[in-house]
Design a protein around this ligand. Structure first.
Ligand code: UD1
Ligand code: UDP
Length: 387
């Protein structure tokens, strides 16, 4: 039987996808679904995220096959965590010798995969290439720039991404076979839109709105996890104070699915008086990280989204919701330029002003910045033709 399986895989393109953090499991789904039968897919989970509701839940809900390998690196400082990943990934790549490695986004799992694969000359496909915040203090900025420059095939979700890549010397000529020294870059739309279109019709299967006694349009959805917001006592305080003020002034409910990093930091805050005020407020629900079906349902029915997440900013746009971005810069500049979102950082007054402005605005437009929801198919066809 094993021999039969091996024969079946001869001549197939051997693809290794590397995932590790929550948004990567989600981005992997449309790619995996779009792969043709001419490919053999192996998945490596680095173990960067490991709690049931940060990892396994997505494989179950999205119906993605369990990873072939899990390196189980767990949490740690950047250097230590990334080093462990590189070591584990390299060992697997040397054993499997894939034709191509797929990397998503800008996490430590992305940069570890890029370093491991590029040094042993395995072509890299970078999905979500070209994005820049122009703030190198963000670990993600270092990860995404480095990964782009080690890749052979780069897929940008936006035209801005292509513009950024061109400025860094990438050519838009795609007539040659793609390689690390002659990479091909493509504008393909956002792979997360594929997901939102697919799962956006499933919101009725979520029971969370009923459990939390929410009605369409009567609540704000908020997520916080960026290190700049969680690891600074001052910034986290400002954000929590602004959320409390928002609830009291607007009378909207607030739902806050809490990333484990943020939970830890809130528990360590000196200002536990503020934390108590929030937890005692019956209109603010702090809940564990939500699964994908639940979060999509929460996004679709919300009045406003407040977030520092890259993914949620875009999903807010996909579902036509205004968004307060708790960051100083964003890679998704189009949604700010088009007036759908406002950058506030962790400034208390700016957050309050942005909330009031967006709640009173009613002339939003939603041009198709992120493509047509078929990025997965496009990416898979180019991998077969260009590598
Ligand atoms: C990581 C990514 C970030 C991405 C985010 C998605 C990097 C540098 N950052 O940030 O780009 O937006 O994932 O959510 O790769 N923890 C748990 N359980 C888990 C996972 C994490 O308790 O399953 C806690 C640990 O205390 C850990 C902390 O969260 O130290 C941070 O986790 P880490 O993966 O290092 O960074 P994220 O903030 O999740
Ligand atoms: N997400 C989720 N449950 C949550 C919060 C986010 O399923 O409680 C999803 C969200 O809808 C999006 C992705 O996770 O698809 C974004 O991941 P995250 O915010 O962790 O990271 P970022 O996008 O900032 O890298």
């Amino acid at each position: 039987f094993l021999l039969y399986l091996m024969l079946l895989n001869v001549n197939k393109l051997k693809v290794i996808a590397i995932v590790g953090a929550r948004p990567q499991f989600i981005k992997h789904f449309p790619f995996e679904k779009s792969l043709s039968s001419d490919t053999e897919l192996i998945t490596i989970h680095t173990g960067q995220h490991y709690d049931q509701n940060m990892s396994q839940i997505f494989f179950e809900e999205l119906g993605i096959p369990n990873p072939t390998y899990n390196i189980n690196v767990g949490s740690g400082r950047h250097g230590k965590q990334t080093a462990k990943m590189i070591e584990g990934i390299e060992e697997i790549l040397l054993k499997e010798i894939p034709d191509v490695v797929i990397l998503y986004g800008d996490t430590n799992s992305t940069i570890a995969g890029a370093l491991a694969a590029s040094k042993i000359h395995i072509p890299i496909v970078h999905i979500e290439a070209g994005l820049r915040s122009f703030n190198k203090k963000m670990p993600e900025e270092i990860n995404r720039i480095s990964c782009d420059h080690m890749s052979s095939l780069l897929f940008s979700p936006t035209k801005q991404g292509i513009f950024n890549l061109k400025k860094e010397g990438f050519s838009t000529d795609t007539n040659n076979k793609a390689s690390m020294d002659n990479p091909n870059i493509y504008h393909c739309g956002d792979i997360m839109l594929d997901n939102s279109m697919y799962f956006g019709q499933n919101e009725h299967s979520s029971k969370l709105m009923d459990t939390l006694e929410l009605e369409e349009g009567n609540y704000v959805l908020c997520t916080i996890h960026r290190d700049n917001n969680t690891d600074s006592e001052k910034n986290l305080n400002n954000i929590l104070k602004a959320l409390l003020n928002c609830q009291e002034k607007t009378n909207l409910k607030i739902v806050l699915p809490l990333h484990p990093r943020t939970k830890k930091k809130i528990n360590q805050l000196k200002n536990q008086e503020l934390v108590k005020k929030i937890t005692n407020n019956i209109n603010i629900s702090i809940i564990p990280p939500a699964g994908f079906i639940d979060i999509i349902a929460l996004e679709k029915k919300s009045r406003l989204i407040i977030t520092d997440s890259g993914g949620l900013q875009k999903e807010a746009y996909f579902f036509k919701k205004p968004c307060v971005i708790l960051r100083e810069q964003t890679e998704w500049v189009e949604i700010v330029e088009n007036g759908n979102a406002i950058l506030t950082g962790s400034d208390y007054d700016k957050i309050n002003d942005a909330i009031l402005h967006l709640l009173s605005k009613n002339d939003f437009t939603y041009p198709p910045i992120f493509g047509d929801g078929k990025a997965g198919q496009f990416i898979c066809s180019k991998i077969l033709s260009d590598l």
